[in-house]
Design a protein around this ligand. Structure first.
Ligand SMILES: [Zn+2]
Length: 278
């Protein structure tokens, strides 16, 4: 079911990892950002759109991770975009014949693997690096590319609606997950990305994270502060006092502490190697 978060902006929440698909109304169809995860949910989304007389004019993937690169055939053959770096990364990762099978086996949780349609996974066109806005006939959407969670990660600012679609940044349920392999300075890059988002915070009324709950203007700054505190704790190898991995956590109790431990370990190994990228 679609839920309105601002004028002409709706979201569709998945049962998987509280993922949010975002629909933006344009003049000749909608833009669909990170369409969703489970086949039946995306079919429901396609159905909701066609019942309301909407066609899909374009798609956008915020970053090159499988749960943001799906597209069921029922949504039609609109152009699908990502940043150039995102598209290059997807092309590399899907370049061999066994790639999809590997993703299904190693990355998608076994309980949902059969429900994730991989046929059209990652068929995105990279927008040239200097592209400032999504090329489409609808409200102006600024691309805020940064290097943090994944190569070519982009947050989108729907300027006229005051909506920030944050991709996998600024979640209230997931801790910051750093890109430990794709960059020379994962901590520095993450902090720079938070500064970039902080720079537009004054223009945001509604925050939509890739996973978790939407928030208002106050949540943008609160989550930036919370994420920065977590990244500082990682950098300094302190135990973070972060509710998302603490005893009161309401989400991911069985796996987020493991993610946190692996990030600490990964960073320690990097510094032993003298901080060079692996
Ligand atoms: Zn994600």
């Amino acid at each position: 079911m679609l839920r309105r978060v601002a004028d002409g902006v709706l979201i569709h929440e998945s049962e998987f990892c509280q993922s949010n698909a975002v629909v933006v109304h344009g003049r000749a169809g909608v833009l669909l950002i990170d369409p969703g995860v489970l086949g039946h949910e995306m079919a429901c989304l396609a159905n909701d759109l066609s019942e309301s007389g909407q066609t899909v004019a374009a798609g956008f993937s915020t970053h090159p991770h499988w749960d943001h690169l799906l597209w069921p055939a029922g949504l039609g053959a609109a152009p699908r975009y990502g940043t150039a770096r995102c598209a290059d990364t997807v092309r590399d990762r899907l370049s061999d014949a066994g790639a999809k099978a590997r993703i299904a086996e190693q990355l998608i949780p076994p309980d949902i693997a059969g429900q994730v349609p991989l046929d059209l996974l990652g068929l995105i066109t990279g927008l040239p690096a200097e592209t400032a806005r999504i090329p489409w006939d609808g409200p102006q959407i600024r691309i805020l590319e940064h290097q943090a969670h994944a190569p070519g990660h982009a947050a989108l600012l729907i300027e006229e609606r005051g909506v920030l679609v944050a991709g996998d940044m600024l979640s209230d349920v997931l801790i910051p997950m750093l890109d430990l392999n794709g960059t020379a300075d994962p901590i520095g890059d993450y902090l720079a990305a938070l500064r970039l988002l902080e720079g537009v915070a004054g223009e945001v009324d509604v925050l939509v994270p890739g996973h978790g709950s939407t928030g208002g203007a106050d949540q943008v700054r609160a989550r930036i502060d919370q994420d920065r505190a977590y990244v500082h704790a990682l950098r300094d190898a302190h135990a973070p006092s972060d509710p998302r991995v603490g005893p009161s956590a309401t989400y991911g109790k069985d796996w987020l502490p493991g993610v946190h431990a692996r990030q600490l370990e990964g960073l320690a190994q990097r510094s032993e190697r003298g901080g060079t990228p692996g």
